[in-house]
Ligand binder design. Sequence first.
Ligand code: WT7
Length: 657
Amino acid sequence: MSELKSVTNDGHTLAPMADFVKQANLNLEQVKALRLKAETNYTDFWGELALEHIDWHKPFSQILDETNAPFYTWFADGQLNVSYNCLDRQVLTQPHKTAIIFESDSGIVNTISYKELLVQVCKFANGLKQLGVKKGDRVVIYMPHSIEGVVAMQACARIGAIHSVVFAGFSAKALADRIADTEACYLITADSSNRGGKKLPLKTVVDEALLILATKSRIKNIIVHKRSDEYCYCEEGRDIWWHDLINNQPDTCEPEIIDSEHPLFILYTSGSTGAPKGVQHSSAGYLLGTILSMRWVFDIKPNDIFWCTADVGWITGHSYVCYGPLAVGATQIIFEGTPTYPDAGRFWKIIERHRVSIFYTAPTALRALIKIDASLPEQFDLSSLRLLGSVGEPINPEAWRWYYEVIGKKRCPIVDTWWQTETGSIMLSPIPGVTPMKPGSCCSPIPGIMADIMDESGNPVERNNSGSLIIKRPFPSQMRTIWNNPQRYLKTYFPKEVGNGEYYVVGDSAHLDNDGYFWILGRMDDVINVSGHRLGTMEIESALVAHPRIAEAAVVSKPHEIKGEAIVAFIVCKGSLRPIGAEAKELAEELRLWIAKEIGPIAKPDEIRFGDNLPKTRSGKIMRRLLRSIAREEEITQDVSTLENPAILEQLKQKEY
Ligand code: WT7
């Protein structure tokens, strides 16, 4: 075992461990060569990797097309099938290898080999075809984190249907919005899901969503996977059981030949306006990004047991559950439940039970487990672990050290991976075995990614000064557009002020330290990161003002020990008088439930404060920075001279219940 070794003055850098270096997929020389190649011949760099890592039905002749920048295309005249690359090509060489080890909420384990998974995907794909699903059709998936969730996604990929997975924690209203925006005609769900000992009635939520949509719904069929023995409402002619659909279907299904740029999926994520954005991804470029990061960042090997804890409803579950691990022929864990059920040892128990070697989770989960019992992991055999990963938000150095020492026993490198729904795959991360790590820094862009920090006008920012994180060159796995809204794509990500629209502006602020390491500070837009999940303040505000008693709402964030950020809502009720005491408490609770219904439980505000008004400028603009200070209980040091109603600040500082 190698020692903690300081290689910079701050004493916080950890050199790669010798044992890991010996077996790593990449060594320093190779990383240098990759970086040099990317710098000297950017398109060939990607072209060669695409040929090496993807099985093409028809190889491409052009690598990158920038004619309609920033609507870039990659490998455009090439043809492939993503599901073929994930399944068939594994079956050719290792049909009986376990693809997925599924552990249910209650601890029941099911495993499925690559061959069996391919059969399931083919049967289901044939079922979809029988219903009339065609290439390019949108299929909404509202499923528990499960093997069937992956089967549904892979089946869509097989026939060229565009899936749009909606996280099963989202409300009927949020689901309805997404169904409407995709104009989907088919929906795949389950009767219920089990998480943390609780049953969630998914089909009921789906039925409600269709009621909300009413005549605007184009849904022809709902396919329902049976997860429980309880009664489930079925609408004759519309709703079909999953098992009935696949019954008697042939167990092979020719993969549809797909152009590289054919959309693989749409995934909604929050932005600065009220409406979530339908992030549209390509087929080939996206697949390439997930494969390379599996190899370079997760150092995947044939004998690994890979476990990414993210739900398939998020981008992390798309790239590092559904596509990446299968495309490299890995064995992975899918765990249906939560980290704290039946107790806070659940993650460690799963690692011990299935001999997990690569573990990828979010800082918020680590912080929650540290808080419950930081020494609990010592009761488990975690010796199978060899690499740890973190994603979703900055990992604080304390949590990083605990992860490193208590979970990884100082043997396992930690890859702090920065990326987004929009980038499709990991952008910034240490290369394990090569990059010396700094706790709390996602280190540097992986080979081929050209990142920098700039000010709002596109000028370079000096070291140690914060600025806007940007990616300077197009890359294969990036989003292609916002579904149905190319203008919003241009405006949000390629603002004219920054390098004349040439750069991808990611929306995070960050700084570079003296060693060239990136430190992510947080979002620059009106997006709050709660437990690694993105929520738009506008989205929550519009849900609040939809409540019959609410006139105005402003939502800001404050730091939270476990969740990273917590939501604080400032509310003005209709009819001027603000509620106080028990009435305020009651209304606050009602509003929390309302938000859970409008968006989902993750968007429930932690704190709700009522006022007769909100702090506004004379032109009527809400001064959110003041609200942020109030929420954080900080002294207000900002200039309040433009404030129309300074007295309101005192009122909002009071907690009324
Ligand atoms: C936002 C993207 C990428 C999958 C999960 C979230 C924040 C993500 C890190 C990290 C610091 C991070 C950023 C980013 N973020 N990873 N390692 N360190 N911040 O995907 O919902 O699209 O959110 O999450 O702010 O912009 P997402």
